[in-house]
Design a protein around this ligand. Structure first.
Ligand SMILES: Cc1cc2nc3c(=O)[nH]c(=O)nc-3n(C[C@H](O)[C@H](O)[C@H](O)COP(=O)(O)OP(=O)(O)OC[C@H]3O[C@@H](n4cnc5c(N)ncnc54)[C@H](O)[C@@H]3O)c2cc1C
Length: 322
């Protein structure tokens, strides 16, 4: 990993193994991850483009789902993994995710002849703006630019406007970043307001109600400052699958499934709540604008004080085997 300041000066370079033997970085393109997971399922069990429009519980403990095309599904168990604007979480009484005051541009640069960068994570820190890029395959490089903004601003979908605004933020920064933005395929560039939801005990609803449960961002949206949102969604899935399989195998009555969902919520909360809070504070520190504070960060904290091992401890998670 290499950390630079906005003028291109190298502040620090680490190898993960040197800092902590248990650590490594795996950058995975979302499409590849989803296709890999989907390929494990029997053919035809996934129904695409099914937009959930309405939810209703019935007295038998089942849940009726009405899709935007008017079709209806009756679910014995409903697992809501429908992201930060989850209609299922809303129906369960969760509040809207909170905007934290930063937005991120991101994209995937494509190089048909092979991408030219070393296999390492690159961070560049400015004042109130930070950026990063990392090769995710022999031909693709993922990048992001995160910036402070008092409001999420208008939704922009035009890729040329998105790229122009992203480049404007880093116009005098190391040129490789601008080259990477220019090499980005239009359909992969986006701007996302960063949000989270703090699951205060006794204030936030539990992860499950009856036989309805939420996982991933639908339950615990967190800012991406620790790179853990999708990782936690995968961890949720492993824990939930294990508990549900046990309940369904042992006894198919309502209570064992409901107990399995409750147990999933209790096991996962101590992992996801502190991560959400920590990610928020890490983001606040990384987005500092004050020139003096940024100078201390660039000249003292990053080169001399930061130890990567303790900073990455939160990434360690060993699930029980399925
Ligand atoms: C800038 C940025 C960088 C990030 N970097 C990292 C990182 O480095 N590492 C990491 O682990 N995480 C990262 N994350 C977080 C990660 O993207 C999310 O945590 C992860 O995508 C959550 O997965 P999910 O399946 O819960 O939700 P999503 O990936 O949001 O999937 C939700 C699904 O639900 C569907 N859906 C939504 N509404 C409906 C509806 N009404 N009906 C039917 N379907 C619906 C959507 O179409 C989508 O397919 C980052 C996030 C951002 C914004």
């Amino acid at each position: 990993m290499v950390v630079k300041s906005e003028d291109g000066r190298e502040l620090r370079s680490f190898t993960f193994k040197q800092e902590d033997q248990s650590q490594e970085v795996r950058a995975v393109e979302r499409r590849v991850l989803l296709e890999t997971l989907a390929a494990q399922l029997p053919h035809d069990v996934i129904q695409f483009s099914s937009k959930l429009a309405r939810i209703e519980s019935n007295p038998d403990g089942e849940t009726l789902l009405e899709l935007a095309d008017g079709s209806k599904l009756l679910a014995k168990i409903l697992i809501g993994c429908d992201g930060i604007r989850s209609p299922i979480a809303k129906w369960m009484g969760f509040s809207k995710a909170n905007y934290v005051g930063h937005c991120a541009f991101r994209g995937l640069a494509s190089y048909s002849e092979g991408q030219p960068y070393e296999p390492r994570v690159n961070y560049i820190y400015g004042r109130g703006v930070r950026a990063g890029y990392v090769p995710v395959s022999p031909t693709k490089v993922y990048w992001f630019i995160c910036f402070n903004s008092s409001s999420p601003g208008p939704k922009i979908t035009d890729p040329s406007v998105l790229k122009k605004e992203a480049k404007e933020l880093v116009k005098n920064w190391p040129s490789e970043l601008l080259d990477i933005v220019d090499a980005t395929a239009d359909e992969t560039v986006s701007k996302t307001p960063l949000v989270d939801r703090w699951l205060w005990p006794a204030v936030s609803p539990p992860a499950s109600a009856g036989k309805v449960v939420v996982v991933g961002d639908a339950w615990h949206p967190m800012t991406p400052n620790l790179g853990q949102g999708a990782c936690c969604a995968l961890e949720d899935a492993v824990v939930l699958a294990k508990k549900l399989a046990g309940a369904i195998k042992s006894n198919e009555d309502h209570s064992s499934v409901e107990e399995a969902l409750r147990s999933y919520g209790s096991e996962r909360w101590p992992r996801v709540f502190p991560l959400t809070v920590r990610a928020y504070f890490v983001g606040s520190i990384l987005q500092w604008e004050n020139p003096l504070v940024c100078s201390v960060r660039n000249n003292i904290v990053i080169p001399k004080l930061v130890r990567l091992g303790p900073l990455l401890e939160h990434t360690n998670f060993t699930p029980e085997s399925l």
